[in-house]
Design a protein around this ligand. Sequence first.
Ligand code: BGC
Length: 580
Amino acid sequence: MSRTNPPPRRRRRALLTAGALAATALGTGGMMQGTASAADFACEVDYSANDWGSGFTANLSITNTGSTATNGWTLTYSYAGNQRLSQGWNGQWSQSGQTVTVRDTGWNGAIAPNATVSTGANFTYSGTNAAPTSFAVNGVTCGEDGGGPGPGPGPDPDPPGDRVDNPYEDAGVYVNPDWSANAASEPGGSAIADEPTAVWLDRRAAITGGSAGNSTGLREHLDNALVQAEEHENFVFQVVVYNLPGRDCAALASNGELAADEIDVYKEEFIDPIADILGDPAYSDLRIVTIIEIDSLPNLITNVSPRETATENCDEMLANGHYQEGISYALATLGDIPNVYNYVDAGHYGWIGWDDNFGASAELFHETATMNGATVDDVAGFIVNTANYGPTVEPHYTINDSVNGTSVRQSDWVDWNRYVDNQSFALGFRDELVRQGFNSEIGMLIDTSRNGWGGPDRPAGPGPRTDVNAYVEGSRIDGRYQAGNWCNQEGAGLGERPTASPVPNIDAYAWIKPPGESDGASREIPNPEGKGFDRMCDPTYEGNPRNGYNMSGALPDAPLSGHWFSAQFQELLANAHPPL
Ligand code: BGC
């Protein structure tokens, strides 16, 4: 891509549109629906178990100790062990991780003041079977055995935290042998073939492996990791969890195998089997970093009606709630494994950095992380720039610069964003997430695999201070036509090598997108992976509202997303910064 003679840029309008924030259209989650108002509701729950060593029958009764009849009820409580629901009655029973949810059957939804309803279920377990200590009905904590309503532990007490603050600290990180072999087979590739990259679980078949494109399964990777870990005191295994129903709703290149309504398949055939493997005690000494569902939640803020950037698929995924349900389920289920560190994908500065998107995204993240049994303790942190190209740091200008009294925010490139790079965004967004209720210990990751922007076109210093556009154009190392461009970007280079704790509150620079794996095909290629053809990967495409109608900047002749793209790998090596 030529930096010196870019095509005329049209102003990006869509991301600035102050449309109704998507978050306000969201439901509140199942808990409070169809109930008497929480204010005058109070309850007691009586729990007993008939235990035969490897299983038990739980009998529960709910008494309405308030003054208003319920119009539907939802009971939640948690076990501390591995109790597994087999079958329930007189209620709709479900389990997510250690959290059990029982909804009324319809016919027993009304509980008059002082009346009691009973429900029960069979469970299996091994080890110990401690009785649950706290119950909530319709989100109100209940008293037990005649005690009044009172404070108690939340519905999902996490296992006693032996998690460290930053899993990357003093730790080796898993080198994926599949990627490493591809890299090493390229001229010059051996310079980076021993860098750690993430394992992607991008379809059910990737869990077991053994099929084309997924040769190594999850267990085999973890077994490899145990061997690599022998050289290190601590060891991180990075795995991307990426298979939501209706995946990649604003684009086509990474559409997945699950249809928009296949949330149960996602839970039962994707998350549960992953949790079974990650929870195997054989792997309990690994620090397992999970990267949760790239691009999904941000899409529900920025690419939904009434914004100009809306897509039908994102509208559908917002309306059906399956992104949030899937992510909360993944967080709760994986978060129950004490050595798993969940990092939720938070987009990147050139997407969420605008005021319209920033607070609304953090709010949606918090809502999602606290529904269906997930809690903020299930979230170790967030990752920005996954599989994207935005610089970690723009070295030659900052958001606070101005030229002749005009702020760089008014330049065409920055276009009123609050950030000019991903590190400042990650730190700013972290503060907002904590403000919304996430733990103050959360850490951020930045995917630096392809955001180096070295090579001959990289500016050596700031641009001329003649006017704000000349200054920004001359300064910026980001060589894209527009910060919304995401597919196989021409001119990009490898970024910072994976590093632990580069600055406070950034847990690591990590290579999550394996460099050399395509972002999407540049023309239509029939395939059995569910992947579509997105014209953002076509170098002749002149854009859409999501990139402000700019050229795509994509390399030609790219294969399907995830497939090896030798020409891109070579360019990433050539334009690496820091140089190799
Ligand atoms: C693809 C995945 C692939 C991943 C890593 C994504 O764009 O959709 O199939 O595993 O990139 O290369």
